[in-house]
Design a protein around this ligand. Structure first.
Ligand SMILES: Cc1cc2nc3c(=O)[nH]c(=O)nc-3n(C[C@H](O)[C@H](O)[C@H](O)COP(=O)(O)O)c2cc1C
Length: 351
């Protein structure tokens, strides 16, 4: 097993911990992964407190992100630290500015095409990693970064249809993942990258994301031609993830049959566990909410049946009836809560 190269950074363990929003992936988890030799990643969405956000969402988000970055740095001073920034955030530019000011090592940006990212991070040396799930998305990013900024990414996260989170697939593709296997997406992404890699004389590492819960899954993705992996669902069920223990227990008890596909207020399909809240939503019930701060630019708040921030905060605090449990297809293989470092133990023998 080789280290993962991200520009001039060398990551001893080719594992990037996925950013998971609304306080699943904060400093504790990111630091644990970074100390184990992977890339630890803070998700920048939903870090603030509801009360403070009501009056100044921008300042509150900024302050909490700064705190988390500094805490992670203190806990893992020699580790590699990233921040995940969803393009859909209403405060995207400001969050990227914080990452630049706080000198994080990498920014991973998806849930939309991060077209403006190189312009916001100019000369910072931060490594840029867009998230894509098709050759088409890769092409758009490459062409626009090349034309506007004369740069290409340092690495790319390639998501397959078995992933968790907001997905750039149709509902049909999510329900029938065999329609768009990750091998095909990898092939298309490589084909788009090849001419740009030749022109820039630079190798762009490819990081595979979906359904990775064990060392064997990591090796399978490396065999497939990826240089590293991006792991989300497995790390939800760690001691260091930020959500309440009652919510972690819902995750570890879940089976793949408990997964259903919902359309989030962003209009994208998300896989979630069938919980009382989800049953209401599937029955077309509307969960009343106010929207004081509009966290997501693309949120159709006036039409939405529920507020995704409220629902994820319920998960954070252990309200298992009102919570939304976003999940990847690997959840059936995750049966216990472990320290994050344990994931790396079998991999250590392979380097
Ligand atoms: C609970 C949860 C929250 C997530 N939050 C984010 C997020 O804030 N930003 C993002 O870009 N992706 C998010 N994702 C997607 C992951 O970053 C990742 O690519 C994916 O989950 C990896 O697949 P896996 O869960 O099968 O390991 C989330 C996924 C889950 C399961």
């Amino acid at each position: 097993m080789l280290p993962l190269k991200i520009g001039d950074l060398e990551v001893p363990m080719p594992v990037v911990q996925a950013g998971m929003g609304v306080q699943v992936a904060k400093a504790d988890l990111a630091a644990a992964v970074a100390r184990a030799g992977g890339v630890g990643c803070i998700s920048s969405v939903g870090l603030g407190s509801i009360e403070a956000s009501m009056t100044d969402y921008l300042a509150d988000s900024r302050e909490h992100l700064i705190d988390e970055i500094r805490k992670a740095r203190a806990l893992a001073p020699n580790g590699i630290l990233g921040v995940n920034v969803m393009v859909a955030l209403s405060n995207y530019d400001d969050v990227i500015n914080v990452c630049v000011e706080e000198k994080v090592d990498v920014i991973i940006s998806g849930a939309g095409l991060p077209i403006s990212l190189p312009g916001l991070t100019k000369n910072s040396g931060i490594k840029l990693i867009p998230v894509v799930s098709s050759g088409r998305a890769m092409k758009v990013i490459l062409k626009s970064w090349h034309r506007r900024y004369q740069v290409i990414p340092d690495a790319v996260v390639v998501e397959g249809p078995l992933c968790g989170g907001h997905m750039a697939f149709t509902e049909d593709e999510v329900l029938h993942p065999e329609m768009s296997p990750i091998q095909n997406i990898l092939h298309d992404v490589k084909a788009e990258l090849a001419p740009f890699e030749a022109e820039y004389g630079k190798k762009v590492s490819l990081i595979g994301a979906e359904n990775i819960t064990s060392a064997d899954d990591v090796l399978a993705k490396l065999d497939m031609g990826f240089n590293g992996v991006h792991v989300g669902t497995k790390f939800i069920c760690t001691e260091e993830s930020g959500i309440d223990i009652k919510s972690k227990e819902i995750y570890v008890k879940a089976k793949n049959e408990d997964i259903v596909v919902l359309h989030s207020p962003l209009g994208l399909p998300v896989k979630v566990l069938r919980t009382p809240l989800v049953v209401k939503l599937l029955n077309n019930e509307k969960i009343p909410f106010g929207c004081p701060f509009r966290c997501l630019r693309a949120c159709e708040a006036t039409e939405a049946k529920f507020c995704i921030a409220d629902a994820l905060l319920n998960t954070l605090y252990g309200d298992t009836d009102g919570g939304l449990f976003m999940v990847g297809s690997g959840i059936g293989k995750v049966n216990n809560i472990i320290p994050a470092e344990e994931f790396f133990e079998p991999l250590k023998k392979l380097i």
